[in-house]
Design a binder for this molecule. Structure first.
Ligand SMILES: [Zn+2]
Length: 75
C-alpha cells in the first residue's frame, strides 16, 4: 500500500488514535479500506512501463521505510 495521498500526492500520516490516514498537504483522511479503494482507482490510469517501474520503486521504498519505522516503535 502506498503511503501517499491519492488526491494530491502528499505524505499520509497514520493516526493511531483515530485509525485513519491523514494527508499532510490537503488534510484528506482515509481509513485503510478507503485508501486502498482510492489507490485502485488512481492506478487504473494507464502508465508507461517506465512510469510503472519508477512509481513502484518509490512506493516500495517509502512503504519499506515507514514499515520499518513502525516496527521499531512497536518493539
Ligand atoms: Zn492530500
Amino acid at each position: 500500500m502506498s503511503p501517499y495521498c491519492p488526491d494530491c500526492g502528499g505524505r499520509l500520516n497514520w493516526d493511531r488514535k483515530l485509525k485513519h490516514y491523514s494527508c499532510e498537504s490537503c488534510g484528506v483522511t482515509f481509513n485503510e479500506a478507503q485508501l486502498s479503494d482510492a489507490m485502485d482507482k488512481k492506478f487504473e490510469r494507464p502508465l508507461t512501463d517506465d512510469e510503472k517501474t519508477r512509481k513502484r520503486h518509490d512506493d516500495y521504498l517509502e512503504w519499506w521505510l515507514s514499515d520499518k519505522d513502525k516496527k521499531k516503535k512497536q518493539a
